[in-house]
Write a protein of this length. Structure first.
Length: 252
């Protein structure tokens, strides 16, 4: 049976689960994809808990299940078996519209390729989640301007096209867009993958600042050990299973 986000949140409130200390919780999650009659087992019994305000990195080789795991955490897909909770809400019970609403309200996405819309302005790119959410034009503009300031970019950048910015600037715009609706969770998929090492370090410093100063839960998928070590924990995934967990907070 599927529910709307409002119905599921009402249940969460009644049961007290909104007081959960976890931003994300997976319980024995399996995910299969089918090619004809052949089942591709992308996730095999993954269980994990990520506390609110935590910074976690996920590492693993190509084909290990990293992207599938990120899709589960970000409510982009449902598990074949198991439970996925985002801020206490069981996403396996939500209908498609409610999943989209949850993503827009609670999760901010950052991608390796920036995923900015080239034919429109930086301002419009940053405002996109708020447009979907129905925020007023004036409020959108003020918030976009403030987020750009937090990301270390001048207000004049709002009227430019993404192509007029450097790669590092584009990724900072993408981070600003991810923050537009005040999400509780930021998911970053190889956020430094298209950047040189110096610019990549700067982007990771901004993500660390958001985590430390604003209390945003940050989850980064990366193949870069130096990037992963900026987190509190590293989860290692291989063949669809979490095989190792490292505490690295004391290394900062």
């Amino acid at each position: 049976m599927v529910y709307s986000l409002e119905e599921e949140q009402a249940t969460v409130t009644q049961e007290g689960a909104n007081d959960t200390p976890y931003a994300v919780e997976l319980k024995d999650v399996y995910k299969y994809y089918y090619v004809g009659t052949v089942a591709i087992k992308a996730l095999r019994g993954v269980s994990l808990k990520i506390r609110k305000g935590e910074f976690v990195s996920i590492m693993g080789p190509s084909g290990s299940g990293k992207s599938t795991l990120l899709n589960m955490i970000g409510a982009l897909d449902r598990p074949t078996k198991g439970k996925v909770y985002v801020d206490g809400v069981d996403i396996t019970k939500l209908d498609d519209d409610s999943l989209a609403e949850l993503r827009n309200k609670k999760v901010g996405f950052i991608f390796q390729a920036f995923n900015l819309i080239g034919r429109t302005s930086v301002e419009r790119n940053i405002e996109m989640p708020a447009i979907v959410a129905g925020m007023s034009r004036r409020k959108r503009y003020q918030k976009a301007k403030e987020l750009l300031r937090i990301m270390g970019l001048d207000e004049s950048a709002l009227k430019r096209r993404p192509s007029q910015l450097s790669g590092g600037q584009q990724q900072r715009v993408a981070i600003a867009r991810a923050l537009m609706n005040d999400p509780t969770i930021i998911l970053a998929d190889e956020p430094t993958g298209n950047l040189d090492s110096k610019t990549g370090e700067e982007v990771m410093e901004y993500l660390t600042m958001l985590n430390r100063e604003l209390g945003v839960t940050v989850i980064v998928v990366t193949h870069d050990r130096s990037v992963a070590e900026m987190a509190d924990r590293i989860l290692h995934i291989r063949d669809g299973k979490i095989v190792k967990e490292e505490l690295v907070g004391d290394k900062k």
